[in-house]
Design a protein around this ligand. Structure first.
Ligand code: DX5
Ligand code: ZN
Length: 214
């Protein structure tokens, strides 16, 4: 299992220290949550903070944009050093155009679905995607409770990927714990995002290692 610690739950007074902890851990990615206060009822941080993390990060940046019309910021996300640009299906009127533009800018394209959005909506674009992110909480805040119906949704996404011949990876985000990570893994997830579970742990690097064994 690839683990993507979310720096939304890091100590922002010690963001450099927490980023280096991720560098020296078993994490495969660094997950970066951008919120605009419009698409979600919260505001997190923007490009200056992503650039600061990017300067010292040694793991690829997975930038999850919880913002309306994310296509407005493709070049800025690229200039921050993002490897993966993750946009919400619900926030893109012309999703195909946005995915093509992300790839043309040199990044890997990922699409995120809210808990109430069915996986079937991606059937005609999934072959173009590097990754699909299923939200397992309603986006906007760290530390929420995992929505159990996500498990069936992971299985349905696995089936859709097989049917379409896509090579998209499956990432799950929200409420991941040491207890539920094994069932998320068994359902077919490739990548788990973890915020609160990692950064509120006594030993964050050890927690990342244990999650990676799920
Ligand atoms: C939620 C964000 C998540 C969040 C996960 O809106 O997209 O990435 O940081 O945090 P936890 O793991 O605490 O639910
Ligand atoms: Zn996220």
């Amino acid at each position: 299992m690839i683990v993507a610690p979310s720096i939304l739950s890091a100590d922002f007074n010690n963001l450099g220290r927490d980023t280096r902890m991720v560098n020296n851990s078993a994490a495969g990615l660094i997950h970066i949550d951008v919120m605009d206060g419009v698409f979600v009822p919260n505001i997190s941080f923007g490009f200056p903070v992503i650039k600061a993390v990017s300067k010292i990060a040694e793991k690829p940046l997975d930038v999850h944009l919880m913002i309306v019309d994310p296509q407005r910021y493709i070049s800025q996300v690229r200039d921050c050093g993002a490897e993966i640009m993750n946009v919400h299906q619900e926030a893109c009127t012309h999703l195909h155009r946005t995915v093509e533009a992300i790839k043309a800018a040199g990044m890997k394209a990922a699409v995120t679905l809210n808990p109430a959005t069915p996986v079937e909506t991606l059937r005609d674009i999934i072959a173009e995607l590097h990754m699909v992110l299923l939200m397992s909480v309603d986006p906007g805040f760290g530390g929420q409770k995992f929505i159990p119906t996500t498990i069936g949704k992971i299985r349905r996404l696995r089936t859709l990927i097989a049917e379409t011949g896509s090579s998209a990876l499956i990432e799950i985000d929200g409420g991941i714990t040491l207890e539920n990570a094994p069932s998320v893994s068994a359902a077919g997830a490739d990548i788990i995002v973890a915020g609160n579970t990692v950064f509120s742990a006594q030993n964050p690097a050890e927690t990342i290692r244990r999650l990676s064994e799920a």
